[in-house]
Design a protein around this ligand. Structure first.
Ligand code: SMG
Ligand code: MG
Length: 368
């Protein structure tokens, strides 16, 4: 496949409610979309970087810069490219995995639209729908949290994830358990807010029968996570720490985690994500699909990935209405706690032209 040109496009989408984590608050998303054009077809990708480098070192302005100055010129200079070749072609540029993922996804979408194959089939998905969890931000009060959880459970979400931080951990978890009972699938995510000194405190969560505790310690703390895992009954899951299949192998070997949150954009692409899925499956390590407040573009791709057989826990693949009043694609709608895996060629969804035009704040066409 020869690329004719690539469009970068920024869109502005307000979130239906602010989303607070241990590192900050998101109220609207400044999302970078990538459109790859070839003589046969075109394809879309989404860059999940946030406005500020708080979740990881990446942020939208940096993604735009690295794409237009380095990643796109490298790719368009090749005589021919396919989805499998993107990560390899871009490997010499260090980091910037979210930007690379957006480009790989757009190339894969274009290629699969041309061949008529769905993204799910390409990845090796075995399910036609996936169970959905929801990630619930830190709130101002416990009653406010209980209202939010109540609403999500009524909508049918099959698993609740509570964001935690020092000062907002044991009490909100206890309150949710007391109000909604022990049968609710419940887990927590600290986004690296604790240190190993907090092991004793975190072990107070053991009595609540949580599915897992996600990323309690800092990104680089592979050894410390292994030490913590020995002190907790709650299984440790890693998110931010795992940026590649090599990291996943190290974490499994060290015992840093027994569950992995797979976010394709964090690991540099969907093909790398599938490698982690395969590695984890071979080791009996459960995986689930994380989320980065994606629009329908990234959501379509994540739902396809979450339909692979090793994704044995519900993901942060919530319906469009959990994030946006109007999504950029046709909305993903929860049905009995599940989202259907798109079946059309490529991602099976695309931006609605009028919506896209309305919310675009900037775009640039980069010819090959
Ligand atoms: O997409 O539903 C979603 C968000 C899920 O909690 C979520 N993501 O650490 O897992 C995580 C966070 C990262 C993004 S926070 C802005
Ligand atoms: Mg997380």
């Amino acid at each position: 496949m020869k690329i004719s040109g690539i469009e970068l496009r920024r869109i502005d989408l307000p979130l239906v409610a602010p989303f607070r984590t241990s590192f900050g608050v998101e109220s609207e998303r400044d999302v970078l979309l990538v459109r790859v054009v070839t003589p046969e077809s075109e394809g879309w990708g989404e860059c999940v970087a946030m406005s500020a480098p708080l979740y990881s070192s990446e942020y939208v302005d940096a993604s735009v810069d690295v794409l237009r100055r380095f990643l796109i010129p490298e790719l368009t200079s090749l005589p021919s490219v396919d989805g499998y070749g993107v990560a390899h072609a871009l490997a010499k540029f260090k980091g910037h995995r979210m930007a690379k993922t957006a480009l790989e996804l757009a190339v894969l979408d274009a290629q699969l639209r041309a061949s008529g194959e769905s993204f799910a089939r390409f990845l090796g998905a075995t399910a036609d729908r996936v169970p959905c969890g929801v990630s619930v931000g830190i709130m101002n009060s416990v009653p406010e949290l209980l209202d939010a959880v109540d609403g999500y459970l009524s909508e049918g979400y099959v698993r609740i994830k509570l964001k935690i931080e020092p000062g907002w951990d044991v009490e909100p978890v206890r309150a949710v358990r007391e109000r909604f009972g022990d049968d609710v699938l419940l887990q927590v995510d600290a986004n690296a807010a604790y240190t190993l000194v907090d092991a004793g405190h975190l072990s107070k969560l053991d009595e609540f029968g949580l599915l897992l505790i996600e990323q309690p310690l800092a990104n680089d703390d592979f050894v410390q996570h292994a030490a913590l895992a020995k002190q907790l009954r709650t299984p440790v899951c890693l998110d931010e720490s795992i940026e590649s299949v090599e990291h996943a192998a190290a974490a499994i070997t060290l015992g840093s985690c027994s569950i992995i949150n797979i976010k394709p954009a964090r690991v540099g692409g969907y093909i790398e994500a599938r490698k982690i899925h395969d590695l984890a499956s071979a080791h009996g390590v459960a995986v689930w699909c994380g989320g980065m407040l994606e629009t329908g573009i990234g959501r379509a791709a994540n739902v396809a990935l979450a339909a692979l057989p090793g994704f044995t826990l519900p993901g942060d693949t919530s319906g469009s209405s959990r994030y946006y009043a109007t999504d950029v694609t046709e909305p993903f709608v929860l049905d009995d706690g599940h989202l259907s895996v798109p079946t059309g060629p490529g991602l099976g969804v695309e931006p609605v032209p009028d919506v896209l035009a309305d919310i675009t704040t900037w775009s640039e066409w980069i010819p090959a």
